[in-house]
Design a protein around this ligand. Structure first.
Ligand code: MG
Ligand code: MG
Length: 261
């Protein structure tokens, strides 16, 4: 069952979403060669607790950490390790918070130092695909329109769209109905209605769309070992149109916007 949110609830959710955004912005200044994901995880947990919230992932489904950090060929659900990031790596940092009874959930794939042109193109396409997808979250459309926009754009560039993991409804639970796949058919799926709040999160692979899970029971990696990118926003339907509750501005205040828009 989909639980639609009132305008008051959406304002509370904006606060949760923006705390994740500010956490990512804090981390943006720390992501550099030599820093370990585990060190970033500790900073994020402290930052969230200092803002009167609790980490949203920690302990949920037995998740051991505040962040999920997925490096290079890792797609999502990477568990932070003490292995330092290296120049040219990319790292998807996915973070959740729980505040005032509602979750925020957002991800950004960071460049560690300078990355190759090929990898940058993958990041830019994934970032753009997120915005193309969320623009379809409006009354009159269906859930399939979101995934169709993402899939059409990513595959036009020759990339693989991950099918096994999807976006989701968001609210008092981290994962609510409906599922929001990053692929789909236009005009198919549930009707989008006022008050729907979802996390939209394309996971796009440089090579094959196929993925597998590591023996740790968490980390998802690409089947061919090529890199994967992941960007995520929390988006509500307000007055029939998409309203983004999270923001990449805190990150871009630190790094500048490498994608130009
Ligand atoms: Mg997430
Ligand atoms: Mg999510």
């Amino acid at each position: 069952m989909i639980r639609y949110k009132s305008l008051e609830e959406i304002e509370i959710m904006r606060e949760s979403a923006m705390l994740v955004s500010e956490t990512l912005g804090m981390l943006a200044a720390e992501v550099k060669p030599g820093v370990s994901p585990l060190a970033l995880d500790a900073l994020a947990e402290q930052f969230i607790r200092d803002h009167n919230a609790v980490p949203g992932f920690l302990g949920l489904y037995d998740c051991p950490n505040t962040l999920l950090t997925s490096v290079n060929e890792q797609v999502v659900h990477g568990i932070p390790t003490d292995r330092p990031l290296e120049e040219g790596d990319i790292v998807s940092i996915d973070c959740g918070v729980f505040k005032n009874g509602f979750y925020g959930d957002q991800a950004f794939t960071f460049m560690v130092g300078k990355v190759s042109d090929e990898v940058f193109a993958l990041l830019k396409t994934t970032y753009e695909a997120l915005y193309l997808g969320l623009a379809e979250l409006k009354v009159g459309n269906r859930i399939g329109d979101i995934g169709n926009a993402i899939e059409t754009y990513a595959t036009s560039k020759g990339y693989g769209v991950v099918k096994e993991l999807v976006g989701h409804g968001l609210g008092q639970q981290l994962h609510e109905e409906p599922q929001v796949p990053n692929f789909g058919k236009r005009g198919k799926g549930k009707k989008i209605q006022e008050g729907l709040v979802v996390a939209i999160e394309p996971m796009i692979n440089m090579g094959t769309h196929r993925v597998k899970q590591l023996k740790d029971g968490w980390t998802i990696v690409t089947h061919d070992g090529k890199p994967s990118a992941h960007y995520e926003h929390d988006v509500a339907v307000v007055n029939g149109l998409p309203e983004i509750l999270s923001s990449f501005e805190p990150v871009f205040r630190v790094t500048g916007n490498p994608f130009g828009s």
